[in-house]
Ligand binder design. Structure first.
Ligand SMILES: [Zn+2]
Length: 284
């Protein structure tokens, strides 16, 4: 039986998964054989990294080029006071190793670019976007849409969050005949002009908000790797912490989308300058 691949320590560690019909020893094995790249070890990345590591996702990659600042600690809970001044990838990786020595953690102390993304993200089953800037968000979307890599999207603003999962044709059940799945550019074809959307440092953010959003993203990744349940595919979950409301709206592929549309303008991330509005370089 395949469940014998889990050793005694793993059977104990993951026992609350193993006893569930929806997971079982086979599902736990799938998680242990799975991999996720978490881009951003900040507010969204912190809870996502913690739960994905605890769940036994076998290989967790972490990308971040920042160091821990004291002002991060109000929400970026994978880091502690003693980590101030150390690279976030180091701090997050040491948390993961202490929590679950059963899994591999790989760190990339860098900011993803159109030149480096394939070498880093190409090796993972699914990417979790926990970034805090439009350049990275559009780069991840374009790369994942063009390569058929699943992408968990999460974003926060003050008291509000939004989450969706772009499967990008990576599920076994997906083929060219059901290409109605959208990508991020179907919703927002271009990034806003730099400086027009204020960031957390300018507007503040409720500390617990990214915790909720990052946990939903981690839930989607676990379900994706297990191949169970209904993903937020073609659905955008909108969370408002102030009135504690969760609303789901349907999102569709835009036939005019520059990446996944019928006559897509963008064929590779090398064609886009990921600053400004993230448009084709030639269009400048
Ligand atoms: Zn699209």
């Amino acid at each position: 039986m395949s469940d014998l691949r889990l050793d005694a320590t793993q059977l104990e560690r993951y026992s609350r998964h193993v006893i569930m019909d929806e997971v079982g020893p086979e599902g736990q094995q799938r998680l242990l054989e799975g991999s996720v790249l978490v881009v951003g070890a900040g507010g969204l990345g912190s809870p996502a990294i913690q739960y994905l590591a605890a769940a036994g996702v076998g290989r967790v990659g972490i990308v971040d080029d920042d160091v821990v600042e004291r002002s991060n600690l109000q929400r970026q809970i994978v880091h502690a006071d003693g980590d101030v001044g150390t690279p976030k990838v180091e701090s997050a990786a040491s948390y993961v190793r202490a929590l679950n020595p059963d899994i591999d953690v790989e760190t990339y102390e860098t900011r993803l670019t159109s030149e480096t993304i394939a070498g880093i993200a190409g090796d993972y089953d699914i990417v979790l976007d926990a970034s805090d800037n439009f350049a990275t968000r559009y780069l991840l979307n374009d790369y994942c849409a063009l390569t058929g890599t699943a992408l968990s999207h999460g974003a926060i603003y003050r008291f509000e969050g939004q989450i969706t999962t772009f499967t990008n044709g990576s599920l076994a059940a997906e083929d060219e005949s059901n290409r109605e799945r959208p990508c991020y550019r179907c919703l927002f074809p271009e990034a806003p002009e730099p400086g027009t959307v204020p960031d957390c440092a300018t507007t503040g953010v409720l500390g617990v908000l990214p915790g909720t959003v990052g946990c939903v993203q981690a839930t989607e990744v676990v379900k994706y790797l297990l191949g169970t349940g209904d993903l937020l595919k073609g659905r955008l979950l909108m969370y408002d912490a102030m009135d504690m409301s969760f609303e789901t709206i349907e999102i569709r592929r835009n036939p005019d989308c520059p990446v996944c549309g019928d006559s897509s303008a963008i064929d590779s991330v090398g064609e886009v300058s990921y600053d400004g509005t993230c448009q084709l370089s030639q269009a400048e």
